[in-house]
Design a protein around this ligand. Structure first.
Ligand SMILES: Nc1ncnc2c1ncn2[C@@H]1O[C@H](COP(=O)(O)OP(=O)(O)OP(=O)(O)O)[C@@H](O)[C@H]1O
Ligand SMILES: [Mg+2]
Length: 358
């Protein structure tokens, strides 16, 4: 799929601006703090309805405005689509797809697929397990609508169960405690479904990424999904027998919300032993593998958003990436357009200054 047009009104430092993109390479360049990442953030919003920089939608609205309106036009295999997002300071954001308002975020996810690479994405291999679960949850939600629905149910049950556990911690109540077993049934049912989805996704991702990683760096690469449970029965049994401990601690101790991914380069845990360059290669391999999987399963390549990463790659990795993104749509940001090594004949160059295209 590819994005043709992006219109921003009152978004971050953009008053009113319209971008036109080519289905190939687009380079947003300009000095620091001019609005390059803001434009990528806007595009990303159409993919999952949330920013990669903030949980607070209000922050997206220009300082001196009361609302922001974003509009995108993109092409998929079937047709031209439009999505509009309006965020007001005092209301829930409103989203329309092809002019029809949607009521649930689940209706948006998976329509417009992007993959983001940025220096912050190195958290995927360097950061806490939370960053890796987030990666899995977003990747799977984009590819499997059913996953997103189960995840929502799981989180709801988890929240209710945690509330009950917190209550029981301060005021013991035998009857209320009995209802925990009902939550255990639900939590283990949804939980094991999430674990199964994640496991099979990671197995496939491993197949794709180890090859790409080898091509990028010549090094061995491995990822494994790490879960405490193999079956629903095992998960439920653990919950049933841990109730006292959980009440003492005040929250749910077991389940896929605490799972992780193990990632190894050259047989060593990357989180503990990885060099800066090894982290970059791993994240690049994972993201490119994810893009290939989306292509294989959905018949469409996602739009690649590369924020500030070219300057961080050595010439071998940069050349590999440039080769890999040929014939795909990419939107790249950088301070100096020359660093990408493409002329204006090969790429669509967009110069940004102070929230304006100049
Ligand atoms: N809600 C907002 N309203 C107005 N301006 C904002 C808002 N949020 C951020 N900005 C401004 O946007 C600018 C940053 O934009 P952005 O992050 O896109 O920069 P950039 O071009 O990617 O720069 P760099 O090269 O440093 O990464 C800052 O000047 C910031 O003050
Ligand atoms: Mg930036």
């Amino acid at each position: 799929m590819y994005v043709k047009k992006l219109k921003l009104t009152g978004f971050r430092n953009y008053k009113s601006e319209e971008f036109e993109f080519l289905p190939s390479t687009n380079i947003l360049y300009g000095n620091n703090a001019q609005g390059k990442t803001n434009a990528l953030e806007a595009l990303y919003l159409f993919s999952i309805g949330k920013s990669f920089r903030t949980q607070q939608d209000r922050e997206l609205i220009s300082f001196d405005e009361n609302f922001t309106r974003l509009y995108v036009e993109f092409e998929d295999r079937v047709r031209t689509n439009e999505i509009e997002i309006v965020v007001r300071r005092d209301r829930k954001k409103q989203i329309k797809i092809n002019d029809v308002p949607i009521s649930k975020m689940g209706d948006l996810i998976g329509k417009f697929c992007v993959i983001l690479f940025s220096p912050d994405e190195l958290n995927l291999t360097k950061g806490s397990p939370n960053a890796r679960r987030r990666f899995l949850d977003i990747a799977l939600s984009q590819m499997r609508p059913k996953y997103y629905h189960i995840l929502k149910r799981y989180n709801k049950v988890l929240e209710q169960r945690n509330n009950l556990i917190k209550k029981l911690r301060f005021s013991p109540d035998a009857r209320a405690k009995e209802t925990l077993f009902v939550w255990n049934e639900k939590l283990s049912e949804y939980g094991i479904a999430l674990i199964e989805y994640r496991k099979s996704f990671v197995e496939k991702l491993y197949e794709y990424s180890k090859q790409i990683h080898k091509e990028i760096s010549g090094e061995e690469f491995e990822i494994k999904y790490k879960s405490a449970f193999l079956s629903k029965e095992e998960f439920k049994e653990k919950l049933d027998t841990s109730i006292e401990k959980e009440i003492e601690q005040g929250f749910t101790l077991y389940g896929p919300h605490r799972d992780d991914l193990d990632i190894f380069t050259q047989g060593k845990d990357i989180k503990t032993y990885g060099s800066q360059g090894q982290h970059r290669s791993a994240v690049l391999a994972l993201k490119l593998a994810q893009a290939d999987m989306i292509y294989e399963e959905m018949g469409e390549y996602p739009v690649l958003l590369l924020d500030d990463i070219m300057s961080e790659l050595d010439s071998v990795r940069r050349a590999y990436l440039v080769g890999k993104i040929k014939n795909k749509q990419v939107i790249i940001t950088c301070t100096d357009a020359d660093e990408i090594g493409m002329s204006s004949g090969e790429a669509n160059l967009i110069h940004i200054e102070n929230g304006k295209i100049i």
